[in-house]
Write a protein that binds this ligand. Structure first.
Ligand SMILES: Cc1ncc(COP(=O)(O)OP(=O)(O)O)c(N)n1
Ligand SMILES: Cc1ncsc1CCOP(=O)(O)O
Ligand SMILES: [Mg+2]
Length: 217
């Protein structure tokens, strides 16, 4: 994998994508926990924090960016395009309530990875692909403790997405080492996980179990 986003191509969104959570980690242990996931083989890390102060978010995002760089993993900021810019993240993840893709691209530039939530909506994914999204995410596929009310997505949507999209596809929502294979078999290039990794006793081992499910290029 290239060490800088300037060499980024879509094919590198592949494998285990872990997302931080403010209930499962705190300022004191977030770096240790994400390090364990990276040691287990995680390829992409998203900083998702809807509660901390701007100052704390800036500090943690800066630390995570450096950590990901040392593992040659992509670092993505959730929701906040300005924070992504400020810490020189590899990219941003945006959903329907966040800044739109035009604004994100304008601020972050051509080399940024912009991922967009598409829930269970293939038409939205096709539109976002046309607008320059670097990956799309579908979900939630399973029961999610983190976001129980996220809209449900169907495995058939993944199959259809695989046939009609040329950008990478991420699957999210209640993903575990036990159910990730079904998503990969249905067309997911990557699975995004919170509880399935960070609520595990052994974060590194659980990450490894999931990452091993992906065929190596
Ligand atoms: C990889 C990935 N997929 C989906 C989401 C959800 O984004 P969004 O719909 O904006 O909801 P919040 O995460 O902001 O609550 C995601 N964050 N990452
Ligand atoms: C952010 C988000 N969007 C859809 S489900 C979800 C939460 C994923 O967390 P978990 O892996 O714990 O279900
Ligand atoms: Mg969002």
């Amino acid at each position: 994998m290239p060490s800088s986003a300037s060499h980024h191509t879509n094919k590198f969104i592949h494998g285990l994508y872990v997302i931080t959570d403010t209930k499962l980690m705190n300022e004191e242990n977030i770096i240790a926990k994400v390090s364990q996931a990276l040691k287990g083989g995680a390829k992409i890390v998203q900083y998702r924090d809807k509660v901390s102060s701007e100052q704390t978010k800036l500090k943690l995002a800066t630390q995570l960016q450096q950590l990901c760089k040392s593992y040659q993993a992509w670092f993505i900021v959730n929701d906040d395009i300005h924070l992504a810019k400020e810490v020189n993240a590899d990219g941003v993840h945006i959903g329907k309530d966040d800044d739109d893709i035009y604004k994100a691209r304008q601020l972050l530039g051509d080399n940024a990875i912009i991922g967009v939530s598409c829930y269970n909506d293939l038409n939205r994914a096709l539109q976002m692909q046309d607008l320059g999204a670097n990956y799309v995410a579908f979900g939630r596929f399973f029961n999610s403790k983190t976001k129980p009310n996220a809209p449900q997505a169907a495995l058939t949507t993944l199959h259809q997405a695989k046939q009609s999209l040329h950008i990478p596809i991420v699957a999210i929502g209640g993903v575990t080492a036990e159910n990730a294979q079904s998503l990969i078999d249905s067309g997911a290039d990557s699975v995004a996980v919170i509880q399935g990794v960070f609520a595990a006793k052994d974060i590194q081992a659980e990450s490894q179990k999931i990452q091993q499910l992906f065929p190596t290029a």
